[in-house]
Design a protein around this ligand. Structure first.
Ligand code: SAM
Length: 378
């Protein structure tokens, strides 16, 4: 593959088929991926720069930086999260952005787009564009770090390929070995499902999953069961390779699933912030985006049923006696639920208390669910 240098934009029917042009049309589901990325970066930047001398954003499949209609690509969204951040002047650490792009024409376009933004960047931020592949570049970076017996700076690594090749679990695992690194990966399920029996795909899928067990999913007759099997295997492999929490959401075009995004982290707060970012972009329980329905970009439903969180809390804690509020909060922040910590107190525990579903003991003279509160789930 590779861009031809022809500047006519391409309109693509299938996101796993690479366009032949340097830029292509923005598809509605892509906006979901970008909204969540932008929101998460707004939360990530002030937290990470508070505690670390240097932080790193790696866009490992960066693209040209813009779509054919001039809409921003992921590199611009990530830089804008800093440029437009209210707290950017309080961020003292060095903020490095690394953009990796295999295609020469897209690299050139990206460099032009980024140069037009560079005057707005704070002095502690720099960026670099590398014309190479994810696999080779990250292997070099991580080999160098190993050689120096050092650790990767806290890093958010976006891995956004067109297909299933070039994103080996072995490299993802080396990223996740580092204590403060996170991955945000497009998992091209439609392509996996379509080509799972094709012999040319075997190597790609072995590399993608980092194991051979994906073959057990090939003949599952039920489409949903098969999808859940592949999702769970990928989640489990991210965990085997270093993630403590894995969150995912799906991007739809109309009724059709296009792909899923998997986020892996070791940080409970990172997991919570990612779920919050997803909810803010698509405030409904199963984290789907349904782009392009009736030509509209539909980003969610108005109704959220917090009884699902009630049920999850009861299942987790009913047999466990009195619980500190912190333990309950940590459960909600984790990947054990789709909900995030902002859903817990006013939206769920307060109604549960009103309905007699929990008992509460508070520190003397205190109200609400302050630290020191204990809860018994009935
Ligand atoms: C889905 S697009 C990225 C879109 C971009 N992340 C965004 O959201 O605006 C994938 C990009 O990865 C590039 N690419 C393909 N294989 C690659 C590889 N192995 N390493 C790095 N870049 C690659 C393609 O040229 C393409 O520009």
């Amino acid at each position: 593959m590779g861009a031809t240098g022809v500047s006519t934009p391409s309109t693509r029917k299938n996101p796993s088929v690479p366009p032949s042009t340097a830029t292509w049309d923005l598809e509605p589901h892509t906006t979901g991926k970008h909204l969540v990325l932008g929101r998460y970066m707004q939360a990530w930047l002030p937290i990470m720069t508070r505690w670390n001398g240097r932080v790193l954003f790696i866009d490992a499949f960066a693209g040209p930086g813009e779509y054919s209609g001039g809409e921003p690509g992921s590199p611009v969204i990530a830089l804008r999260a800093l440029i437009d951040h209210r707290a950017k002047n309080q961020m003292r650490s060095e903020i490095n952005y690394l953009f990796i792009e295999k295609d020469g024409d897209r690299c050139e376009r990206l460099t032009q787009v980024l140069n037009s933004l560079s005057g707005q960047l704070p002095p502690n931020c720099n960026y670099k564009v590398i014309n190479s592949t994810f696999d080779e570049t990250l292997t070099d970076v991580l080999d160098n770090i190993d050689h120096q017996k050092a650790r990767l700076a806290p890093a958010f690594v976006m891995i956004d390929p067109f297909g299933v090749s070039g994103t080996p679990m072995s490299v993802v695992g080396r990223i996740l070995e580092n204590p403060k690194s996170e991955v945000y990966i497009s998992f091209m399920y439609r392509e996996i499902n379509r080509f799972k029996r094709h012999p040319n795909f075997e190597n790609h899928l072995d590399e993608l999953f980092g194991c051979s067990e994906w073959r057990q999913g090939i003949d599952m007759p039920d489409g949903n069961e098969r999808k859940v099997f592949f999702y769970n295997l990928y989640r489990d492999q991210l965990k085997v390779n270093g993630a403590l929490y894995v969150v995912r959401f799906e991007l739809y075009a109309g009724e059709q699933l296009v792909y899923a995004i998997f986020f892996g982290t070791k940080s409970l707060d990172g997991c919570d912030k990612m779920k919050q970012a997803i909810w803010k972009a698509a405030p409904f329980g199963d984290f789907r985006f349904r782009g392009g329905r009736l030509g509209q970009h539909t980003l969610g439903e108005d109704f959220v049923d917090f009884r699902l969180l009630e049920e999850a809390l009861k299942r987790e804690f009913r047999e466990k006696g009195w619980q500190n509020i912190e333990a309950v909060e940590n459960f909600v922040k984790s990947d054990a639920t789709d909900f995030y910590s902002g859903h817990l107190k006013r939206k769920t525990l307060t109604p549960m208390l009103g309905n007699g579903k929990i008992e509460v003991e508070r520190p003397p003279g205190r109200r609400g669910f302050v630290p020191g509160t204990r809860i018994l789930f009935r």
